[in-house]
Design a protein around this ligand. Structure first.
Ligand code: FES
Ligand SMILES: [Fe+2]
Length: 430
């Protein structure tokens, strides 16, 4: 549990709050490049960390990110004309370039120098991995880009999905950090009951996770502080004197690396970002990639199934709170644990059911929550340090610290896998 005061500090995203200011020290992925498909295409509304903005792609192809309200009399620039290297407000024609500089003010006399003095708040935006990233922090303190492998791959090897999740970003992130839930929330009834048929199929699988993951439902979590966040070991006793170890990573501030194929060419990798829209909503961006080959149509279909279908023209999942995520009680009786189709829909159903900002002072945490506790502490500590005048945390300044891997292995029960072994397993060179 967390005090109500710490909960408020942990979950606030606005400028001027300790956590909001910490978040602003990092790049934030928020838009698929395909949402701005070509130069001078229609602008789109963006809300990020409680700030209302408008994004547009100018004539040169550059993405501009401006405060939404026109500085003249506050009309929305969403209705603006995107033309010749700038966005022109349709009310009186004032025009702004991607840096926010007013470059035309046709409602004022031609001799006026007023336009040179008017500047619309503008943020830096860059594109990488088919995604647009924003920096909402102090100018002149540009963060390092996280050195994720998928940002270095050609587009044919990467697929990114985006969905709206109507909860605070920490609540969604906690679902990623807490891998104990997958034995329940994402299980089938057979794996939960460990029926003889299921046990036989699991034993025959050559995939470590399929084979061992459901055998021990109360794994021992070993969260370790690292330069990027946490390396989270989960140890499951699987019988015959053996343990199944799984290492996932929480990376500051809102990333989770939970599945990785490399160096197995056949297996795709996946990582998630939960980017705060405001205190009560976030974007769930899931990157699927393969370092060795282009993704097949089937790979992309699997990635889309993971995210679940969205209402056309939006990123709101079709299975959502308004329709109880289309829960199928017959399926729940004998098929899947939840009766809800789709991994992300299952996550969203439980996370959104907690309310947009859960009351962490009312929780009863158990041993399986060790990683969540460690992550909350780390976030609070970094936010407080920054508010007290410390420099931005290391991962905001050095993208190379993000070079780590998901790992899994079998080890003898008594084998603690010493720190060097854990480090080696998860190092990007492994
Ligand atoms: S309100 Fe935008 S130009 Fe007047
Ligand atoms: Fe999940």
């Amino acid at each position: 549990m967390l005090s109500a005061e710490d909960n408020a500090l942990l979950t606030a995203t606005s400028r001027g709050t300790a956590m909001g200011d910490l978040l602003r020290r990092f790049w934030a992925p928020f838009l698929l490049s395909s949402e701005l498909p070509k130069p001078d295409c229609p602008p789109i509304r963006v809300r990020l960390m409680g700030e209302d903005l408008v994004a547009f792609r100018d004539t040169s192809g550059r993405v501009g990110l401006l405060a939404e309200r026109c500085p003249h009399r506050r009309a929305s620039l969403f209705f603006g004309r995107n033309e010749e290297h700038g966005l022109r407000c349709v009310y009186h024609g004032w025009k702004f370039d991607a840096d926010g500089q007013c470059v035309d003010m046709p409602s004022e006399p031609e001799t006026s120098a007023y336009k040179a003095k008017v500047r619309q708040p503008a943020y830096s935006a860059v594109e990488a991995g088919g995604v647009v990233w924003a920096h909402l922090g102090p100018r002149g303190e540009t963060p390092a880009m996280p050195d994720f492998p998928w940002l270095r791959l050609p587009p044919s090897r990467v697929h990114v999905t985006k969905r709206l999740e109507r909860v605070n970003w920490v609540q969604a992130l906690e679902g990623g950090v807490d891998s104990a839930h997958s034995n329940f929330l994402h299980a089938t009834v057979d794996s939960f009951r460990r029926t003889p048929e299921w046990m036989e199929r699991a034993r025959a699988s050559d995939d470590l996770r399929a084979r061992y993951h459901a055998l021990d439902r109360s794994p021992v979590f070993l969260p370790e502080e690292t330069r990027y966040g946490l390396r989270i070991g989960a140890r499951r006793s699987v019988g015959e004197g053996q343990c199944y170890w799984r290492f996932t990573h929480w990376m500051m501030p809102f990333y989770n690396l939970f599945k990785e194929g490399a160096p197995k060419p056949g297996v795709n990798s996946q990582g998630i970002a939960w980017t705060p829209i405001d205190d009560r909503n976030c974007w769930t961006l899931v990157a699927t990639w393969n370092e060795h080959r282009p993704l097949s149509g089937e790979d992309i279909e699997t990635a889309e199934d993971f995210a679940g279908p969205a209402i056309p023209g939006t990123f709101l999942p079709m299975r959502n709170a308004e329709n109880d995520y289309l829960v199928d009680r017959d399926l729940q009786a004998s098929g899947t644990f939840t009766g809800i189709a789709g991994t992300q829909a299952q996550d969203m159903a439980v996370q959104e059911s907690m309310g947009p900002v859960t009351a962490r002072s009312e929780e009863h945490l158990g041993t399986s929550d060790a990683a969540i506790i460690a992550m909350r502490r780390s976030l609070l500590r970094h936010a407080r340090a920054l508010a007290d005048g410390a420099a931005a945390p290391l991962p905001a300044r050095d993208g190379s610290v993000y070079r780590v891997r998901f790992a899994e292995t079998l080890a003898a029960s008594g084998d603690a896998l010493d720190a060097a072994a854990r480090e080696r397993l998860c190092s990007a060179g492994a």
